[in-house]
Design a protein around this ligand. Structure first.
Ligand code: MN
Length: 238
C-alpha cells in the first residue's frame, strides 16, 4: 500500500485517554505518516471505543490487537467474563457501545498480532515471545502463522487461550537470549512493542535497540502522574 513509503509513527498503549492521544498525534499529520497502533486502545479511560474507532479510521494506519481488546471481546461473548474485564479497567458503557456495533466487533477480531516491516522491524503488543504458542507448523512463515492462528482462535471465541498468549509480562529487557531467539525465528532485526510501561521520558531501548518499548503510560486514567507524550508516541528510529 502507498503508506509503506511513509515514515513510520508508533503509538503505544492509549487506554481510553483520547485527549492525550490527540495531543500526542498533533505533530504527526495522518497523511504524512504510516501510523501503527500497538493495541490496548481501550480500558481505564472513558473513551476506549472512541479511541478504537479513531485508530481504525485514521488515514494510513494499522492497529495491532492488544490483550485488553481480547478481554473485551471475551466479555462481549460471555457474560461470566465481564467482571474479570471490569477488574482490569473495562468500562461498561464501552461494552454497550461495542455490542451495538457489529462491524467494529468484526474489525477487532481481524486485527493482526504481529506486523513485519520491510526494514526488518517486528511490531507486536507484548514484549514477549509467548506468541510462539500459536505456531503449529515449523515450515510455515512464523509471522503469518501467528496472525492466521490468532484469528482462528478469536473467531472460535477462545479469548481465554488468546489472553494467556498475550498477557505475560515483558521479558525482552531482562532476557536477551529469548529476544535473540525470537528475532531469529521471525527473521527480524529488532522488535517494537508496548504493554508494560517503561517509566522513561522517551521510548525505552534495550540491548542496543534490538528491543524498543513504546508503552510510556499515556493514559491518565491508568497512571496517576501523566507521563510525557513522547514516551508513547513517536517516529520509529532508523
Ligand atoms: Mn497490554
Amino acid at each position: 500500500m502507498a503508506a509503506d513509503r511513509l515514515p513510520v509513527l508508533i503509538v503505544g498503549d492509549v487506554h481510553g485517554d483520547i485527549q492525550r492521544l490527540f495531543a500526542a498525534l498533533k505533530p504527526y499529520p495522518a497523511q504524512d505518516w504510516r501510523t501503527i497502533f500497538l493495541g490496548d486502545l481501550i480500558d481505564f479511560g472513558a473513551f476506549g471505543v472512541g479511541c478504537l474507532r479513531f485508530a481504525r479510521d485514521r488515514q494510513n494506519s494499522e492497529v495491532l490487537l492488544g490483550n485488553h481488546e481480547v478481554a473485551m471481546l471475551g466479555a462481549l461473548g460471555d457474560p461470566s467474563r465481564v467482571s474479570f474485564w471490569v477488574s482490569i479497567g473495562g468500562q461498561l458503557h464501552d461494552l454497550d457501545e461495542l455490542r451495538k456495533d457489529e462491524s467494529l466487533q468484526a474489525w477487532m477480531r481481524e486485527r493482526p498480532l504481529l506486523l513485519k516491516l520491510d526494514d526488518g522491524t517486528l511490531v507486536q503488543h507484548c514484549g514477549n515471545d509467548d506468541y510462539r504458542m500459536l505456531i503449529a507448523d515449523d515450515k510455515a512463515d512464523p509471522v503469518s502463522a501467528v496472525n492466521e492462528n490468532g484469528r482462528l482462535v478469536l473467531e472460535a471465541g477462545d479469548t481465554h487461550l488468546m489472553w494467556s498468549v498475550m498477557s505475560g509480562k515483558g521479558i525482552f529487557a531482562a532476557q536477551p537470549e529469548r529476544l535473540d531467539r525470537w528475532l531469529e525465528l521471525t527473521g527480524s532485526r529488532r522488535v517494537v512493542f508496548g504493554h508494560t510501561p517503561h517509566h522513561e521520558s522517551k521510548p525505552a531501548h534495550y540491548h542496543g535497540g534490538k528491543a524498543i518499548n513504546f508503552d510510556g503510560g499515556l493514559s491518565r486514567a491508568h497512571y496517576r502522574r501523566a507521563q510525557p507524550l513522547g514516551a508513547s508516541v513517536g517516529p520509529l528510529p532508523p
